[in-house]
Design a protein around this ligand. Sequence first.
Ligand SMILES: Cc1ncc(COP(=O)(O)O)c(C=O)c1O
Length: 427
Amino acid sequence: MPQPLPISDQARRAAGQAIGFLMQQAVENADCLSLAAGLVDEQSLPAELAHRTLADLLQDPRKGRQRLQYGTTQGPEPLRRIFRSYLAELEQVDDQLKSLPLSRIILTTGSQQLLTLIVRALFNPGDICLVAAPTYFVFLGVLQAAAARIIPVQSDDQGMQPEALQLALRQLHDSGDLHRVRLVYVVSDFENPSGVSVAPERRPQLLETVQQYSAISRILLLEDAAYRELHFDIPARRSIWSLDQNGHQNVILAQTFSKSFSPGVRVGLGVLPEDLIQPVTDLKGNDDFGSPHLNQHLIARTLQDGTYQQHVAQVRQSYQSKRDAMLAAIDREFADLPQVSWFRPHGGMYVWMKLPAHISTGFDSELFRRATQVEKVMYVPGELCYPPDWEAAPGCEMRLSYGVLSEQQLDEGICRLARAVRSLLLP
Ligand SMILES: Cc1ncc(COP(=O)(O)O)c(C=O)c1O
């Protein structure tokens, strides 16, 4: 037997993460209908558009070879210019955001890489991140690997509560810990997992609170806008980042084309405060000195010729129909069950369901066993979406995704889930 391998503290802290468990459960329960998988809708992936655009990008051999070469760590400047115009479209401003220096934009391998790089650039063990409760569990894993202290902030159906953020920061100030706060992490649109968006009137309030305490000790708001383009029955909203008029020094904007175009292409986009861009670029240089160049060209070309925008319009329609199918099935199957509630999202990919407090939804729970072993349906236990050592975390919630399954399968999946819940609630 070889001697035990001396694994680093960082790798040890990365062990046992929610995403790892979830992937393992997906493999072990491969015969289940998955309301758990956060994958995007397969049918709406733009195979034909990508094929056509790539053929075009590679047609001229000289240009083709350039595009098949490494790019640059931050992403080539002409491409960042195109991405800046796209941001201007999203923010509904007509000056193409020319006042935003291209040097503040970085292209990454999905937004996940950006989130990881930001944490690595800012956090030493024990530094603090405030997060909405519940929030995106993969980011919680990144924070754990960095040995960050994670503080949950009360959220409701309008997103993170500004008063709760104010209270948390005041308490940290009073206890002398404000200087350890690095980030306030907010998924502003159709949050994974809750489907909730931060209400327009709360956006400036959250920003002002961060700015107020940042004047004492610098704090950044990390706005993860992964789902912002998947809006169905409400209009697109301007980001919190766009409200940060003071040279965008307090907000980081993280965007991705994974949900709106393709996660296989994995192009992410960040806009960073001036003094953060270099540390993040330096770290990325060590990691990969640039994300896949051809993929960046692919997205940029579709943005320029308008085919991206047409595609996103179709994607919205397809998710909207699937959301409607899931909500119709839930309304039908769960309406008569006492103390069961669910949030009706206006976009994104998830429905968040709350069961009575005594029904545990965790991987070890009887409900999870009955759902996966008897009814053959899988969901994401809500407890994964709270900081792991938070004792007040509810254990009775579920994330239900309408991303992967067809409308018919969603209906069937909800029927199965309802049978599993009923068998515990009304035995
Ligand atoms: C809220 C949120 N942020 C970021 C990501 C990362 O996605 P990607 O790295 O593909 O851009 C995801 C993926 O599911 C997500 O749900």
